[in-house]
Ligand binder design. Structure first.
Ligand code: BTN
Length: 241
């Protein structure tokens, strides 16, 4: 159906940014290799052959462009496929990474494109370490699926499974404005951190902070630190104590 397969591209998110106007909603752009894959905070996302690198285009007609809604939906899709089809034990690490055995197997990046007064689009970019080797600098914190299941996994099969679950279990049910809170509830259930947890967060600007989680939002965590001060964090390395 709406699948575009590219041998090599700078980034599948960039590809959609250029072409979203001509493409139908829910188009999936899959590249075997990306030369300039990127992640959150403009980090480089190493994307050699063997990994699953794709982006999904959403063109919400009536709803506002809220990337976090689609991001949460997609992290749930990946969570479910890894759990049910591959019998793995994933957790969603706030905000949207997927970890297994505390190591990152998947990163998700949401972007939106605004189009003046007319509706724009939301792009959900998914990077899953499948059969690829990992770069040195993340080899302690990340892992590839092949090393978890003990054999290589066909990329097309995995992508088909994800698309199938996305369409049949999520898009049909949740493309309704009222579904936002249902999605959020499911997402909170599978998240690695809960309200009330004691956490340690290392931030770039404020150093390392200890405190209790007071509120969880898609784009920030609210923490009451040990001095009783409320801190809103939108990035950082989070460890649940
Ligand atoms: C992160 O963990 O920071 C998010 C990583 C997202 C990587 C994917 S790979 C497919 C898509 N194209 C990109 O350039 N990035 C996303």
């Amino acid at each position: 159906d709406n699948l575009i397969l590219l041998d090599k591209v700078d980034s599948t998110n960039n590809y959609i940014k250029k072409h979203w106007n001509e493409l139908p909603s829910e188009t999936v752009v899959w590249a075997l290799e990306q030369t300039e894959g990127y992640g959150r905070k403009n980090s480089r996302w190493y994307s050699p052959l063997g990994g699953l690198w794709f982006s999904v285009l959403f063109k919400p007609r009536k709803r506002p462009l809220i990337p976090y809604y689609y991001l949460r939906m997609y992290s749930l899709v990946i969570y479910n496929v890894l759990k049910k089809k591959y019998k793995l034990n994933p957790v969603i690490k706030w905000p949207n990474d997927i970890l297994i055995n505390s190591k990152k197997v998947c990163g998700i990046l949401g972007e939106s494109v605004y189009n003046g007064g007319s509706p724009g689009c939301v792009i959900v970019g998914v990077g899953i370490n499948v059969n690829n080797e990992l770069p040195e600098e993340v080899s302690n914190s990340s892992i590839a699926l092949k090393d978890l299941v003990g054999k290589e996994i066909a990329l097309r099969k995995l992508l088909n499974e994800l698309n199938h679950v996305a369409y049949h279990s999520y898009y049909l049910k949740y493309f309704k404005p009222k579904a936002i809170s249902a999605i959020t509830k499911l997402w909170l259930n599978h998240l690695n951190v809960k309200i009330g947890d004691r956490v340690q967060v290392s931030t770039e600007n404020d150093g390392t902070l200890y405190g209790k989680v007071n509120d969880i939002q898609s784009d920030y965590l609210e923490i009451i630190d040990d001095n009783g001060e409320i801190k809103k964090l939108n990035s950082g390395e989070l460890i649940v104590l």
